[in-house]
Design a protein around this ligand. Structure first.
Ligand code: NAP
Ligand code: COA
Length: 265
């Protein structure tokens, strides 16, 4: 594991609520907060998966079940987390749904499913948590994606949803400015995740993603977690309304013609 610059007790006495924290990148974020001393609540739809995720983190974690599309359910889960762990210093909204489909291969309900999980879900999580936050100084983080800025075929639902999330982040940063910092993290392609398995299911698509990465390697869950630690620690105290690309340079341009010193490919 890469050496971390953060102190082991950085989040001692803090509480974090992670929507979608029962697998993949968001579970990695929850685990990292707990390693640094925080109590964490992880939430997903599947109770067994949520329980296994909490147990994999240890005593500092509790498992909660709700669908982020259901405001009343997510609010009830947050109240339970507050009752068991205390008010929140950190809230992460990372639940997402995705599949490859062209617009003409997508029903209105298919488009709505992804927009509702990603965008409405993030609204519900952030709207629902506000009066449960420890103020001032709370940190909210939405997990967005490069599709927010870079249009991608077969991804109309996710492009629209993640673009909406970025504007929601900026709007909330304005409205809640003095007390709550609201930021986004935009991961690049992260190895061994459900997202990558769904969006790059074959070698040709994987190569196309890889070609865009300036750093010429996949990202890791740990690297996204470290970005979340930065944003929600005092190191990020003057950062709000930002979308932090943690993507090895995938979003800055076309790295597919990398000059290796032997002329352009
Ligand atoms: P993942 O393992 O599938 O994680 C998704 C999480 O969200 C799970 O905990 C899932 O649990 C939960 N979830 C899904 N729908 C939900 C709903 N309606 N209500 C509540 N919870 C729900 O995905 P991942 O690949 O790690 O991606 C995590 C985040 O990173 C997403 O926001 C994704 O867009 C973003 N991202 C990923 C990549 C990548 O390379 N993987 C790149 C850029 C951005 P249940 O299924 O039990 O509900
Ligand atoms: N292509 C086209 N349409 C699809 C599809 C695909 N691959 N997969 C699902 N759909 C459609 C369904 O047919 C349905 O539309 P319909 O009612 O017109 O038939 C609609 O999407 C909703 O599907 P449903 O399975 O009922 O939704 P759900 O709420 O149970 O699940 C998903 C949501 C579809 C996003 C599901 O893949 C999911 O739960 N994903 C979470 C994990 C994930 O995607 N992780 C990666 C994050 S980057």
């Amino acid at each position: 594991m890469t050496q971390s610059p953060f102190r082991d007790d950085l989040f001692e006495g803090k509480t974090a609520f992670i929507a979608g924290g029962t697998s993949g990148i968001n579970l990695g974020i929850a685990r990292r907060y707990a390693e640094l001393g925080a109590k964490v609540a992880v939430l997903g739809r599947n109770p067994e998966k949520a329980q296994a995720a909490a147990e994999s983190i240890g005593d500092a974690a509790i498992a909660l079940t709700a669908d982020v599309r259901d405001y009343a359910a997510i609010r009830a889960a947050m109240e339970e987390a507050r009752d068991r762990l205390g008010g929140f210093d950190i809230v992460v909204s990372g639940a997402a749904g995705n599949f490859l489909a062209p617009v003409l291969g997508m029903s209105a309900n298919a488009f709505k499913a992804v927009v509702d999980i990603d965008l409405l879900g993030t609204f519900n999580v952030f709207r629902g948590c506000h009066d449960l936050l420890n103020l001032p100084g709370a940190s909210l983080i939405a997990i967005t994606a490069g599709q927010a800025e870079q249009a991608m075929a077969m991804q109309a639902h996710a492009c629209a949803a993640k673009a909406g999330i970025n504007q929601l982040v900026r709007t909330l940063a304005l409205e809640w400015g003095p007390d709550v910092r609201v930021n986004g993290i935009s991961p690049g392609p992260i190895g061994d995740t459900e997202g990558m398995a769904r969006l790059a299911p074959d070698p040709k698509t994987r190569d196309a993603h890889y070609a865009r990465i300036a750093m010429k390697r996949w990202g890791t869950v740990f690297e996204i977690a470290e970005a979340a630690v930065y944003l929600s620690s005092a190191a990020g105290n003057y950062v709000t309304g930002a979308i932090l690309d943690v993507d090895g340079g995938s979003s800055i341009g076309d790295a597919s013609r990398l000059d290796t010193g032997k002329g352009l490919a």
